[in-house]
Design a protein. Structure first.
Length: 313
């Protein structure tokens, strides 16, 4: 080794050649061939000098500022919007080929429901038209007493009532006529010996059948003294309701009888009633209930015929 002469300046030591490898990273063992030119990607963009003394976590290899990110493109078919798929503003995707069977089934179900509803509505309409008032030719009358037959009672009560009571009502739902007579044995009678009445109702909106049956078939539920008997030969149904509270020669009590008839949507009642006090306290002079019921049947037949021939209210 050659010694440096005394006083000679020291020779500079060889310096490390600049390396393309950043500090702290191992260099390649052999030089790499030059890469073919190509369009740099975002990750391959050259790093810019950093203004900060420390590397950024997002910089390549720890140097330079974070790489600028490309603006995010809005993808209408990306993540679902709140409220579920499809995103708001976009119509649902068409059904895939081969999946039309379910759609047709739903369509047929909807059409079936519509047709069923239409048929039901049409049936109700037709039933409403068919449910017309069945008045059987009867007509109400403002002077009903003129049409009432009561000749069966004339032998018992020969004195004619000079002031009969007539009442009537006319409405789109109901026509009603009422007649009341005072029966007397003689002109010397100061009070009525018996009471007689007839009522006719023409129901023009509703069928009175169920309520008529409930009222007259179960009339004896109201009082223990009443007896009910269904009779034939009068309209669709008829009931004879009687009452007798007298007993033998007692000087008190009453007797009554009513024949109620329903003929279609027409209801009719003929009634008779008498009290022992009107016979000078002698109940024995009252007609028997069985006898009165025969009078009611006879005069009802004649009166109903008359009511079919008269003019309306």
């Amino acid at each position: 080794m050659t010694e440096r002469p005394e006083g000679a300046p020291a020779q500079p030591q060889p310096q490390d050649q600049p390396s393309a490898t950043p500090p702290g990273q191992p260099g390649p063992a052999h030089p790499q061939p030059a890469a073919q030119p190509h369009t740099p990607t975002q990750a391959q963009l050259p790093a810019l000098p950093s203004a900060y003394p420390y590397p950024s976590p997002q910089s390549p290899a720890g140097f330079g500022p974070p790489a600028a990110s490309l603006p995010t493109q809005h993808n209408p078919y990306g993540q679902p919007q709140p409220g579920g798929y499809p995103p708001a503003g976009y119509p649902p995707a068409p059904a895939a080929p081969g999946s039309g069977g379910a759609g047709r089934a739903v369509l047929w179900a909807v059409l079936g429901a519509v047709l069923a509803s239409a048929a039901w509505a049409g049936g109700v309409f037709l039933l409403g038209r068919d449910d017309k008032a069945d008045l059987r030719g009867y007509e109400a009358k403002s002077e009903l007493c003129r049409e009432v037959e009561h000749s069966s009672f004339d032998d018992e009560y020969p004195e004619e009532d000079s002031s009969p009571v007539n009442q009537s009502l006319e409405h789109e739902a109901l026509d009603q006529s009422y007649c009341s007579l005072s029966l007397k044995k003689s002109s010397t009678s100061t009070l009525s010996d018996a009471y007689f009445s007839v009522e006719l109702e023409l129901h023009k909106k509703t069928d009175p059948g169920p309520e008529f049956t409930a009222r007259w078939a179960e009339y004896d539920q109201r009082y223990d003294d009443y007896e009910v008997e269904r009779v034939s030969g009068f309209g669709d149904e008829a009931y004879l309701v009687t009452e007798d509270t007298t007993s033998g020669g007692d000087s008190s009590g009453s007797r009554s009888a009513t024949l109620a008839v329903r003929d279609g949507w027409v209801t009719y009642e003929m009634s008779w009633s008498a009290y022992a006090s009107s016979y000078d306290d002698d109940a024995a002079s009252l007609p028997e209930v069985a006898e009165v019921t025969d009078w009611l049947k006879t005069d009802t037949t004649a009166t109903l015929e008359n009511l079919k021939e008269i003019d309306g209210v």
